[in-house]
Design a protein around this ligand. Structure first.
Ligand SMILES: [Zn+2]
Length: 185
């Protein structure tokens, strides 16, 4: 039998529990990058998405990016190029992941930005605040665990990134795609 005094105590305990980690229930897999940042493979619509994000008290913050499988696979293909830029510290690299999302390394900065850009009418592509800048140690952990992350994605070998779809083999096809050519160049 639970006395009312005990239940009050239990309720109080529940309220004071501080969650330091995201709730893992819906994630197929989760990697901690450090600094409260996580890579999580989670169900999304009829597919999966890869969320790279900073968490606070068990809740997702706005610092982060969610990649569709197409964008994630494109990102995986770009890792070597991003690594090279990161190690040299002397070059700018901007890899298009899809839509207006780019992974970039800027000359002189030891971090990788995965970020939403936007293109104002007849102006240059501009970075927005939506995204995450991965520090070198976080990046190294991400690269180290890449095989485990990809292992959690069922039938990953059969998934083609958008830019490799058969209807993109002609220039026309790729130009018509809002994912690959979002600003209608
Ligand atoms: Zn496309």
């Amino acid at each position: 039998m639970t006395s009312s005094r005990e239940s009050v105590y239990e309720n109080k305990m529940e309220r004071t529990v501080v969650q330091t980690k995201p709730k893992t229930s819906e994630a197929l897999m989760e990697i901690e990058l450090g600094n409260c940042r996580y890579v999580r493979v989670t169900p999304w619509k009829d597919s999966l998405r890869i969320d790279i994000r900073e968490w606070e008290n068990g809740k997702p913050t706005k610092i982060g990016v969610s990649l569709t499988l197409s964008r994630w696979l494109t990102f995986c293909d770009a890792i070597e190029e991003l690594e090279k830029a990161l190690r040299s510290g002397k070059i700018d690299v901007r890899c298009h992941l899809g839509g207006n999302v780019f992974a970039t390394v800027s000359n002189g900065y030891r971090c990788v930005n995965i970020r939403q850009f936007f293109k104002p009418e007849s102006q240059e592509l501009t970075a927005t605040r939506k995204g995450i800048a991965l520090r070198l140690c976080e990046w190294n952990t991400l690269v180290e665990y890449l095989p485990s992350i990809n292992f959690a994605i069922p039938n990953i070998d059969t998934i083609l990134p958008c830019h490799m779809q058969p209807d993109h083999s002609s220039v026309q096809g790729a130009l018509m795609c809002s994912e690959c050519n979002p600003n209608g160049f």
